[in-house]
Design a binder for this molecule. Structure first.
Ligand code: NAD
Length: 440
């Protein structure tokens, strides 16, 4: 068997090309434009560490597309951040923003560092230096960062403060989203990605594609990752009557057939810094977690977790991609053939960028909406997004939708939900590009 290619750029290109087969009349020159990032910034800077030594950090900010508005995308701090990964994530943001219909383009950033080994003051100096080096790039109307893996509202507060100190005399709050409430953050932003996972799952299940599961109540749920997204998703699904049977973090997985007590899990994680070792649970690996018998599997950690090597063994009836890029194209094909439904990342975790957009709107208007308003608007946006993709998918199923030039629908087969979501998003960006008129 040939080795599966896990390069994030190759994967995003395969997903894009696959979707293009279902899009009619897309000019090849436009395809080239949509595939390429608009700008890539690679930055190196030195930082004085707490022990007075000096270390140089490598960082990226990529703007993929700005046809719909300013670049929007998180910043991740991780030792394995690469240029290719950041480019692929910036592309994903373009399609995500287009799909949920918010006036942003796609961007992403990353710093190669191990945040677990850095002190708070070192992280603050790194964040301030990164922001000051990006002063000409980011801005309330040009490119707006947000949290991602191992960055949080404290990181966003430092970015806002640095930008504001260096650009005095104007309202700079909309330069970054995911800020603390006291600094113009939105109610519900921290919870929005995990909560959004629940909303899209509920809406998807209401369509009746999985007859024995019309809502999440009573469903057994497995979640990989117990950070911001995974821990909130666990609590939201639990509140709606789901049974969380397994959870994991980078230390490994905890499993309890009868369901985990989330309050105790949160307390244990707070006290011990990891999940493994929690009393009355069985310890498994993150690889074993993916293949557990359950109704809903939610990858909420890192990329490429569902791949050619384990897709055949997955027992879940539905996969909800809370993480970005957790499933490879080969795994997508296997799951599709096996009749396992998957709600792709550009829908499943779009709650985060949606409430980021609400935060940006509130900051421009100097307003603060209450939590009920935010959740209500979020639910409506995400339900609308699921409905749009589902309707489009039905069109392909019954043959109303035609495929691109050479191949017939029969030859291509019915697309999966990732492909239909991408088709919808790519068409929107392509149409908007042409409507604006190619410059000059
Ligand atoms: P986080 O840093 O808060 O949490 C990450 C979690 O993943 C931690 O529990 C960590 O222990 C775990 N983890 C790390 N490496 C792992 C591994 N190899 N195997 C298993 N678990 C591992 O990050 P987050 O904000 O919760 O983001 C999680 C995912 O969701 C990422 O893919 C991110 O891009 C995506 N996402 C986040 C947001 C957001 O608003 N935070 C929005 C959209 C998408």
């Amino acid at each position: 068997m040939t080795e599966e290619i896990l390069d994030p750029l190759v994967i995003s290109e395969q997903q894009f090309d696959n979707a293009c087969q279902y899009i009619q009349h897309l000019q090849s020159g436009l395809v080239d434009f949509l595939k390429q990032p608009k700008r890539i910034h690679i930055i190196h800077f030195p930082i004085e560490m707490d022990d007075c030594s000096v270390r140089t950090f490598r960082c990226f900010r990529v703007i993929h597309n700005r046809v719909f508005g300013p670049g929007k995308g998180g910043i991740r701090y991780h030792p394995e951040v690469t240029e290719a990964e950041v480019i692929s994530l910036a592309k994903l943001m373009t399609w995500k923003c287009a799909l949920v219909n918010i006036p942003f383009g796609g961007a992403k950033g990353g710093i190669c560092c191990d945040p677990k080994s850095l002190s708070t003051s070192e992280l603050r100096r790194i964040t301030r230096r990164f922001t000051s080096d990006l002063l000409e790039v980011i801005g309330p109307h040009t490119d707006i960062p947000a949290p991602d893996m191992y960055t949080d509202e404290q990181t966003m507060a430092w970015i806002y403060d640095t930008y504001d100190v260096l650009n005095p005399g104007r309202n700079n709050r909309p330069v970054v989203t995911g800020k603390p409430i006291e600094l113009g953050g939105s109610y519900g932003r921290t919870e929005s990605t995990g909560r959004g996972c629940l909303y899209v799952t509920e809406r998807f299940l209401s369509k009746g594609l999985i007859p024995e599961m019309s809502d999440v109540a009573g469903a057994s749920v497995v979640i990989q990752g117990f950070g911001n997204v995974g821990s909130i998703a666990a609590q939201e699904f639990c509140r709606q009557g789901a049974r969380i049977v397994a959870l994991s973090d980078s230390s490994g997985c905890i499993f309890a057939e009868s369901g985990l007590d989330l309050d105790r899990v949160i307390q244990f994680k707070k006290e011990h810094g990891c999940l493994v070792g929690m009393p009355d649970t069985m310890t498994l690996t993150n690889e074993e977690l993916i293949e557990l018998d359950c109704d809903i599997l939610i990858p909420a950690a890192v990329g490429n977790q569902i791949h050619a090597g384990n897709a055949h063994n997955i027992k879940a009836k539905l996969i909800v991609e809370a993480a970005n890029n957790p499933t490879t194209p080969v795994a997508d094909r296997i799951l599709h053939q096996r009749g396992i439904y998957l709600i792709p990342d550009i829908i499943a975790n779009a709650g985060g960028v949606t409430v980021s957009y609400f935060e940006w709107v509130q900051n421009h208007a100097n307003e603060q909406w209450d939590l009920e308003t935010v959740n209500d608007k979020l639910k409506r946006k995400l339900y609308g997004c699921v409905d749009t993709v589902f309707k489009r998918w039905q069109g392909f199923v019954v043959g109303e939708e035609k495929c691109a030039d050479k191949l017939t629908g029969e030859q291509l087969g019915c697309p999966d939900f990732r492909t239909v979501a991408l088709v919808t998003a790519i068409e929107r960006v392509a149409n908007a590009t042409l409507l604006r008129g190619i410059w000059p």
